[in-house]
Design a protein around this ligand. Structure first.
Ligand code: ADP
Ligand code: MG
Length: 253
């Protein structure tokens, strides 16, 4: 069997004495796109934060393997260099740092960590311009400070642009659809779909089914009260949209 890109086994995590993740199990083979759907407060963002290595969370049980490597033993920057990418529900703003400068720093930090040479400015500019054209990101946006005053759609474009440049093995997108109008949603979906490949996997976390009309997942998981309670094909998302989450709450209890 090929090594999964992401394997989560019985993951438990708590914050301030409150258990939020209660035994998450998830295996994503290379090339697959999985969706996690669940009601607000079920712990979806907590899962993405724990995978990214955000402090504040105590992991009490379980393990996570990224392409066979112990993810939880790595520092956040090592996780990124190993090929993990996270697009957060609430992207941070960095006043005073042009988006272009940020992207170059992010890219070169990862290359350095992997022992690769820095990317030279002309090569970088070419790569950014190319990726930017594909994603409708104009030069003007790249000159503005990262995320400062960006609309919801612009923030997501900047994130997908970053993802396209970094070429990660495992992409996790948390609530990428919140606050997006339909045009922006399509741009993001187009960017994500363009990055689908046989050796890259994706986890799309969402509250609504809408995004999954544009990014069609191989597997849909229902998340309830800190764990995955049901998995199925893309039709499971439609079923959830029609019936709501109530049926699945019993499965979690
Ligand atoms: N810093 C925190 N301290 C205490 N509880 C928290 C903290 N952050 C999140 N929670 C709680 O964890 C639960 C899961 O939150 P979250 O992972 O954001 O859910 P989702 O993304 O599914 O909406 C919620 O009940 C939330 O109130
Ligand atoms: Mg969330």
């Amino acid at each position: 069997m090929t090594t999964p890109i992401l394997e989560i086994r019985n993951l438990h995590a708590r914050i301030e004495d409150r258990e939020i993740l209660k035994g998450v199990n998830l295996i994503i083979p290379p090339g697959q796109v999985h969706a996690v759907m669940g009601r607000n407060g079920s712990g979806k963002s907590t899962l993405s934060y724990v995978l990214a290595g955000k402090e504040d969370y105590e992991i009490t049980e379980g393990e996570v393997l990224l392409d066979g490597q112990d993810l939880l033993a790595m520092e956040p920057d090592e996780r990124a260099a190993a090929g993990l990418f996270l697009a957060f529900q609430y992207p941070i703003e960095i006043p005073g740092v042009a988006t272009m400068t940020f992207l170059k720093a992010a890219m070169n930090a990862q290359r350095k960590k992997r022992g690769e040479p820095e990317m030279l400015t002309p090569d970088f500019m070419r790569a950014v311009k190319q990726a930017g054209v594909d994603l409708n990101v104009d030069n003007d946006m790249l000159k503005r400070p990262l995320n400062v005053g960006f609309s919801g759609g612009e923030k997501k474009r900047a994130e997908v642009l970053q993802m396209a440049l970094l070429q990660p093995k495992m992409c996790i997108l948390d609530e990428t659809d919140s606050g997006l109008d339909i045009d922006a949603l399509q741009v993001v979906a187009k960017g994500v779909n363009a990055l689908r490949s046989a050796n890259r996997s994706m986890l799309v976390i969402t509250h609504y089914q809408r995004l999954l009309n544009h990014i069609v997942p191989d597997v849909v998981h229902v998340f309830s009260d800190g764990r995955i309670v049901e998995s199925g094909d893309k039709d499971l998302a439609l079923q959830l949209e029609a019936k709501g989450y109530a049926d699945f709450d019993n499965a979690a209890a």
